[in-house]
Design a protein around this ligand. Structure first.
Ligand code: MRU
Length: 370
């Protein structure tokens, strides 16, 4: 178990699900692992301050699409729990402002705005007018987002297991593991399931320049679980494939458009092309909260541009000549034609994705509203 994102209640209980007795839920705080310190130190940040939550997301103390959605929802509940207004309309206005602010911390992963919107809608639709109760409703909603995320990740693991066999070599990029979700991860969840089943697998983990999520985080959590992991530089993937070491590529996603085009950590697109060339299946693993059917294709997915210093500075030293410009997009889009399947919590979606995604989202929406 890796407790990436949790709720700290007024009695200092650390929660990942809705408790039977909700009396001590509030006041509460968001608690996250500070991933910028891993693998050196495992430390936590506990906060109910909007600016701090914003910065935690922006500087990647908490990161990974589902994890930032969960953190933003719990963060919103922690901030709003301190509101001293007695008027529902004012409470709702404050809520919307904080939500817009937190949503602006990172643009690509749709889980962030999805989770915040879900919390706001819950309060908007509630007939409750007592502020104490509204704050509790909000916190329970945020906790249910976390609880559902953990259970969806487990199901993704079970579904993805069908694609693996004993002895497989699996290539992954960035970190789409327990550190990027409530627990278990998306792309890494089938690997945890395979390990639990006794399969001997070898995971090749791209280092993932510039911020090294693969080298620092994926390697850390897989080692912790006792899974064999071999770290490679991003530019070695083609060679490792040519040597026949890779049976399957599994990556996560930050946003999947209605046609299946998938945004994920920069470098994923190159991997998808390499996999196609070497005839290696290339799978994306993601829950429904990562699918954005309001966007027809990948061209409309906003790509986060990050600070030039992430590339220009390494180990606190500038590695580039002074006047050299830097281009630093944090994500890229793998077109639908390169994707063998999308492992979700229900089924493995297959092409044509416009149809399979539509059907999946229709079924998911009807279950959610029933
Ligand atoms: O910039 P990051 O570290 O937040 O990027 C994370 C990724 O690209 C992950 O692969 C994606 O969010 C899926 S996490 C289950």
């Amino acid at each position: 178990m890796i407790d990436t994102v949790r709720w700290l209640d007024s009695k200092h209980n650390i929660l990942s699900s809705i408790p039977e007795n909700t009396e001590s839920l509030l006041p509460g705080k968001l608690r996250i692992i500070d991933q910028t310190l891993l693998p050196g130190k495992l430390e936590y940040i506990t906060t109910d301050k909007p600016e701090e939550i914003f910065q935690c997301i922006k500087r990647l103390s908490v990161r990974g699409a589902p994890a930032i959605g969960c953190a933003a929802a719990l963060g919103l509940a922690a901030v709003s729990g301190k509101s001293n207004t007695l008027v529902k309309k004012t409470f709702l206005n404050e809520l919307c402002k904080t939500s817009e602010y937190l949503a602006s911390s990172r643009p690509t992963a749709v889980n962030l705005s999805w989770a915040l919107k879900r919390c706001i809608t819950k309060i908007e639709n509630s007939k409750e007018t007592r502020l104490k109760e509204l704050k509790k409703i909000l916190t329970v909603e945020a906790l249910s987002i976390l609880q559902e995320d953990i259970s969806m990740c487990l199901k993704i693991g079970k579904n993805g297991l069908a694609l693996l066999k004993n002895g497989d070599g699996i290539l992954t990029h960035c970190n789409a593991g327990a550190l990027a979700t409530g627990d278990f991860g998306t792309a890494l969840s089938p690997l945890y399931a395979a390990h639990k089943k006794g399969f001997k697998i070898t995971v090749y983990s791209d280092e993932t320049r510039p911020l090294l999520q693969g080298a620092r985080l994926t390697a850390w959590e897989l080692r912790k679980a006792g899974i064999k992991v071999i770290s490679i530089c991003d530019n070695m993937a083609g060679q490792v494939m040519r040597e026949g070491k890779i049976n399957i590529v599994i990556v996560g996603a930050d946003r999947i458009a209605a046609n299946g085009d998938t945004a994920n950590k920069i470098g994923t697109y190159s991997l998808a092309i390499l996999a196609k060339y070497h005839k290696i299946p290339f799978y994306v693993a993601a829950p429904y909260s990562t699918i954005d059917i309001s966007i027809p294709d990948g061209q409309r997915i906003p790509i986060e541009q990050r600070s030039p210093n992430e590339i220009a500075v390494f180990n606190r030293k500038r590695i580039l000549p002074k006047s050299v410009e830097v281009y630093n997009p944090a994500f890229d889009v793998s077109p639908t034609g390169l994707i063998s399947g999308i492992i979700t919590e229900k089924v493995i979606l297959k092409p044509p994705y416009a149809r399979s995604i539509k059907e999946f989202m229709r079924k998911t929406a009807s279950i959610a509203s029933s």
